[in-house]
Write a protein that binds this ligand. Structure first.
Ligand SMILES: C[S@@+](CC[C@H](N)C(=O)[O-])C[C@H]1O[C@@H](n2cnc3c(N)ncnc32)[C@H](O)[C@@H]1O
Length: 426
């Protein structure tokens, strides 16, 4: 190290990471997103706190189950309770570090809660086998999803709901999309990755599964715009939409711009990227700038084309609508605990309004790709069937092979996504 280089980045003491993660969890449990809650933490604490907080949120139903058996009376203090949830999640996963963990959690606890924190965590250690056996026998604690969510999964996927719930609790894969304009083959990229100390496997010509994940700064070609992070399931969208050079295309719910960028990497398009949230719309511009791509970014509501449409029909429309995100819950574990059952019907209503408002904007013979990152049928097959019943000039096109729709369930290689391709009869 020379005199001018910064000091090496050290892992913060575990007690600080636990306290920071607990602060983030407490915020999330009252409705903030993890991104916002983590952004409020000192920068050096964020990576460790993120890991601890997301693990805790994935396990939340289980942590509550343990606390209900360990606390003599309800613990009203949200911060103290969140710290116990973080510590229990870690304690269950890493029993060999129990001694250090308990000490550090007590250190992290506010003064009035140090004794209680110590007592609860030591008690968990003593009763560990009995408590874990009881959790395994309890549906919510075992599957770590709310009961209403499990009921929806069971009804829609009587054979596969367990697999879907288990994937919802797993660590998500990190997948890359190679920019076709850079003309780097997956084999060439894998060789560059190995040189940079990374490893992965090609899922297809442009999708690379990183094993293990790496920070983007270490990815060869990231700064140059030759590679982006995008789930493999999300990478289906651009190819399914089949947009060709010169077409007028609308991405109606575009931020942060992953699918818009992919569309532009594959063809020279006149692309309008619409987004209702002005802050999120900025992310589209940043992402496109890194990739040296261009689109007309508009801030507006897809349900109100009169506010933003110039009256010229589109030949392709991507409707990647807001949804329950039940197919990406392992990336956003807060969703499981913050959503309410009635939210699914609320999303379905918004989705129907977006579809109905966009349909008149499409040229005859044009194609619309409807897409969600949900596994709930009300937002997917049910939504599209109702749309087809309302619009006699719409028909489905296959989404690969003879499939009328594509329901990807979350797996080791991709998230849960739904796709239906709709053509406007000429
Ligand atoms: C699933 S995300 C889109 C992801 C994006 N297509 C991508 O691949 O990066 C849905 C987006 O739709 C936006 N949105 C929600 N309601 C909208 C509306 N009524 N009109 C336009 N955008 C909307 C949300 O703010 C969110 O950014």
């Amino acid at each position: 190290m020379n005199a001018t280089s910064p000091p090496p980045f050290r892992n913060p003491p575990l007690s600080r990471a636990l306290a920071a993660a607990a602060a983030a969890v407490a915020e999330v449990l009252v409705g903030r997103t993890p991104e916002v809650a983590l952004a409020a933490l000192p920068i050096e604490l964020r990576p460790a706190a993120r890991d601890l907080a997301l693990t805790t949120l994935r396990d939340h139903g289980r942590g509550d189950f343990f606390l209900a058996r360990l606390l003599e009376r309800p613990l009203k203090d949200k911060a103290a309770r969140a710290l116990l949830l973080v510590a229990l999640a870690r304690l269950e996963r890493r029993p060999t570090d129990a001694h250090t963990l308990v000490d550090q959690a007590v250190e992290a606890a506010a003064k009035p809660f140090k004794k209680l924190t110590n007592a609860i965590l030591r008690n968990f250690q003593r009763r560990r086998a009995e408590l874990i056996a009881a959790a395994e026998a309890d549906e919510l604690a075992h599957w770590r999803h709310p009961r209403w969510w499990l009921a929806l999964l069971r009804e829609a996927y009587p054979e596969r709901w367990r697999e879907i719930a288990a994937s919802g609790n797993a660590h998500p894969p990190m997948t890359l999309r190679l920019n076709a304009r850079c003309r780097v083959t997956s084999a060439e990229f894998l060789a560059q990755l190995a040189e940079a100390g990374g490893a992965g496997q090609a899922l297809d010509e442009t999708a690379i599964l990183l094993e293990p994940p790496l920070p983007v700064e270490r990815l060869p070609g990231f700064q140059e715009g030759c590679v982006s992070v995008q789930d493999w399931g999300a990478q289906r969208a651009a190819r399914l939409l089949d947009a060709r050079d010169g077409m007028r295309v609308l991405d109606a719910c575009a931020a942060p711009g992953g699918k818009a960028a992919h569309l532009l990497e594959l063809a020279d398009l006149e692309l309008t990227a619409l987004e209702v949230d002005a802050l999120r719309a900025r992310r589209i511009e940043e992402n496109l700038a890194r990739l040296h791509l261009a689109a007309t970014v508009k801030i507006g509501d897809a349900r109100k084309p009169a506010d933003w449409w110039d009256g010229r029909p589109f030949e392709r429309i991507l409707a990647d609508v807001p949804c329950s995100a039940s197919g990406v819950v392992r990336r956003h574990p807060d969703i499981k605990w913050l959503r309410r059952p009635e939210d699914v019907a609320g999303f379905a209503q918004t989705q129907a309004a977006i579809l109905d408002a966009l349909w008149p904007l499409m040229a005859p013979g044009g194609k619309m790709l409807y897409c969600t990152c949900s596994v709930f049928p009300a937002e997917n097959g049910g939504q599209v069937r109702a749309f087809l019943a309302r619009h006699p000039d719409a028909r489905r096109l296959p989404t690969g092979g003879s499939e009328e729709e594509l329901q990807l369930l979350p797996s080791a290689t991709h998230d849960g996504f739904y796709y239906a391709l709709l053509e406007k009869t000429p």
